[in-house]
Design a protein around this ligand. Sequence first.
Ligand code: GAL
Length: 442
Amino acid sequence: MLKRSLSLLFMMVVISLLVACGSDSESSNDAADENASNEETDNNSESTGSGEGGTLEIFSWWTGAGEEDGLLALIDLFESKYPDVAVENAAVAGGAGTNAKAVLAARMQGNDPPSTFQVHGGAELNESWVAADMMEPLNDFYEEYELMDKFPEELIDLVSKDGNIYSVPVNIHRGNVIFYNKAVFEENGISEPTTLDEFMDVLQQLQDAGVTPLAMGDKEAWTATQIFENLLLATLGPDDYRNLWTGDVAFDDDRIVEAAEYFQTILGYVNEDHASRNWQDAAQLVGEGEAGMTNMGDWAKGYFSNDLELETNVDFGYFAFPGTTEDFMVITDTFGLPKGVEDPELVKEFLNVLASQEGQDAFNPLKGSIPARVDADPSKYDEYGTDTMEDFQNSNLTPSLAHGSAASEGFLTKVNQEVNIFVTQQNVEQFIEKLVQAAGDL
Ligand code: GAL
């Protein structure tokens, strides 16, 4: 009986992921193909290791601009310590795991798990792979390497279910960030807005100045979902935002209608070709001064610094999504040990490098994230990193929906679809109705 319900759960995850891929590709159009500058490619790179010490396959969606530098640094570090291990970088392109999650689901179902894979802490880990009994508990690993007090309790909770720990966080990204072009703000005498109403004023000021106010790239729908989740956080506040995921706040609450109305207003200020751009293409508009701002998780910081070679607080600035200045939308990338892999001990060696100070400080300064460890070396990070470390300490921490922590994959898939429809049709009433229906799956 348990087996049947697990395989049913599993099928639901697979189907919702495959549907998600389909809907995302529908939202792109031909202009996307012309937009090749930041187009990502799969990145199944060859290892430098001899392979005598075994093979380690690392599965993620970190390919291309702004995404892969951190991972490659971590792999280099691992290879320097384990030169006889062949590392296979099995990354599948597509932001937020748009394509990777479906590939992973098919592999897991076919009993062909990668040695380790990228998974967000929270529901994405616990309600899919852990619930389907496909992950090894890592409690002994945490004890052996004395990791229990090296991560904030909130993060350990996100990667735990029923008293067992199932993965190791490599980073903490912040999702409620607006990045902006410093020169554009200065030239137009604009200061950083802190409330939603001030934000609306800034959008209008930029419009009047002839600049695209907000760059959006929703070729993959999650980027628009991310804007909406930040609006939910702004109108509901952190407590009731969290209560959404337990069913204690209903999706037809007035403050959710208000968030949808703000969303509609904001959509009047985005670039016309938003549906053919990905997040990097949108961020690039800000980098080049064609757009004033973009809302993106701080992997965009990695893109600005590493790929566009822009300087923090000189070329680009940042502020918390208006209305959420006291809050921190937490996104954590983690890696675990799937059941049935060939060499679990080797996977643990990798997880240990990823969990180490050295590993986290090799990865995170390039990725734009802050270390998940509490004792990493702040001198390795620029002002964006140190500001964010401080904010993490002093903010209300809230789980991201768009990045898998807050709710099940099935619910997220439906929200992405409805957000996609809303962006085109902008029908608030219909959007709320659909969210209420989808919430039945929470
Ligand atoms: C998130 C992930 C980040 C970044 C982003 C864009 O889901 O946590 O590390 O990769 O997607 O792809």
